[in-house]
Design a protein around this ligand. Structure first.
Ligand code: NAP
Length: 429
């Protein structure tokens, strides 16, 4: 039986559970023994959920001595600062493989080191960095050929899904739901990366690169979050047969791509609509396999540690010729994006307007100027006889045209208060 020497840096929610799972498995996975040669975190005196005295504590990876040199480092620290950059460089320079849960580092900085891991035939495992316990990387690697995937989409962030689900269930505002999620341990005090869509975008970068075999760069991807989602829009959407979700999508059309993270309406009977609270979902669509979906816990100590264990198993039996994304990074082409005006979708627009003769005609004119048909216009109940809230559902059109209409609506004298614009993804299953 071979022995694989590992060091684990970062012993918080994820790292500590990796140790607990290894202890539970008596440090044996497949036909390999795993020897923990060193562990480290920031504060040695912190109370941990395992006995640190059983292990060799070192303050810093740079203190790894020659006889402690591991075959593989597990990085569960997080962040994208120079400490983390230097740790990745240290791995490459010293020919040490790496398993990480750090999607921010991989998505934002990965293009500068993926190729070096490939060149040196080092393993870089990131199953834990994308959708927690959902075995999506293994699923794509083992069952789906990159050339066959035409679309990936789903819910890639559990915190925002939890907040939206609670808004529906308890009929509460975004802010109240966020406060509740913090209290229940499903959101951090600073959840800005989750709320803004940045975290989902990190995962979309990695899953798009793996699914399509092209280099996706975080800097090229736009993302929108849920901070401005209003309960009234969730309720109006439901009346029309839609549920709002923070949807991540990448699609291929003739080897050009469209990628987005944004709050969208999806059909209320779809799998995405029915994936609630901290659950994540990913669906892949392709020529031959048509559609396949995976659902599971997107975060948490044990669920995420399970994915690190899956990477450890893969490392013990891996074929070193495979690159980080199944293809060598240097052989992957850069993803280019098709003109978003080619992608047409219906839009939901809610606004409050002056209750005056001619206002509806002026609104219809603004849509007509951009050749957008209005599929339905609903006037909502109100006790205010001066200002009326209305909801418009447009026919499928592109975002540039919708933005043009919204710009003109905002300039008009009849628009009162906020305006909500939500894309409708009718084909999402
Ligand atoms: N939590 C999840 O459910 C989850 C899910 C998927 C992916 N991830 C990713 O997993 C990574 C870790 O997340 P987490 O939730 O486990 O974070 P965490 O609980 O905050 O743990 C971070 C760990 O890193 C240690 N650390 C901080 N600075 C360090 C430094 N300079 N040198 C060495 N160790 C240092 C901390 O030390 P102390 O303990 O001494 O403070 C702590 O043990 C992140 O990249 C995160 O995005 C997390």
């Amino acid at each position: 039986m071979k022995t694989i020497r590992i060091a684990i840096f970062g012993l918080g929610v994820v790292g500590s559970h990796v140790i607990k799972l290894l202890e539970k498995n008596s440090y044996k996975l497949n036909d390999a023994n795993f020897k923990i040669v060193a562990i480290g975190a920031k504060n040695k005196n912190k109370k941990r959920n395992f006995n640190i005295k059983r292990y060799n504590w070192i303050k810093n990876y740079q203190e790894l001595s020659k006889n402690e040199k591991p075959d593989l480092i597990i990085e569960t620290i997080g962040g994208t600062g120079s400490y983390i950059n230097n740790l990745y460089k240290y791995c490459i320079d010293n020919e040490i493989s790496l398993i990480t849960a750090n999607k921010a580092q991989l998505a934002e900085k990965g293009h500068s080191f993926f190729g070096n891991f490939d060149k040196k035939n080092l393993f870089l495992g990131y199953e834990a960095a994308v959708l927690g316990a959902v075995p999506v990387v293994r699923g794509i690697e083992q069952s789906i050929l990159p050339s066959k995937v035409n679309a990936i989409y789903g819910i890639f962030n559990g915190t925002t899904n939890y907040i939206i689900s609670q808004m529906y269930e308890n009929k509460i505002s975004f802010q109240d739901s966020l406060n509740q999620a913090i209290k229940n341990g499903f959101a951090e005090q600073d959840s800005s990366a989750d709320l803004s869509g940045r975290d989902a975008s990190h995962k979309l970068v990695l899953l798009s690169s793996l699914s399509f075999g092209h280099k996706f760069k975080f800097a090229d991807m736009g993302f929108n979050g849920i901070e401005n989602v209003k309960l009234i829009d969730l309720e109006q959407g439901l009346k029309l047969g839609y549920k709002l979700k923070l949807v991540s999508i990448s699609e291929r059309q003739k080897n050009k791509f469209y990628s987005s993270v944004a709050p969208c309406f999806v059909p209320e009977n779809s799998l995405v609509a029915n994936t609630n609270f901290e659950e994540n979902v990913i669906s892949l669509e392709g020529d031959d396999f048509l559609k396949t979906s995976l659902v599971g816990k997107g975060a948490g100590g044990y669920p995420t540690a399970t994915s690190i264990i899956s990477d450890l198993k893969k490392f013990s039996v891996r074929n070193p010729d495979h690159g980080v994304f199944q293809i060598k990074y240097s052989n992957m082409s850069k993803a280019t994006f098709y003109d978003q005006s080619l992608r047409k979708r219906p839009y939901y627009i809610r606004m409050s307007v002056l209750n005056k003769v001619g206002v509806l005609k002026s609104i219809a004119n603004l849509f007509a100027q951009k050749s957008i048909s209005i599929k339905s216009l609903i006037q909502l109940n109100t006790s205010n006889d001066k200002v009326v809230p209305i909801v418009i559902i447009s026919d499928a059109t592109d975002i540039d045209k919708i933005n043009h209409v919204i710009k003109n609506l905002k300039k008009s004298s009849f628009l009162k208060k906020e305006i909500s614009v939500i894309r409708i993804e009718e084909h999402i299953g």
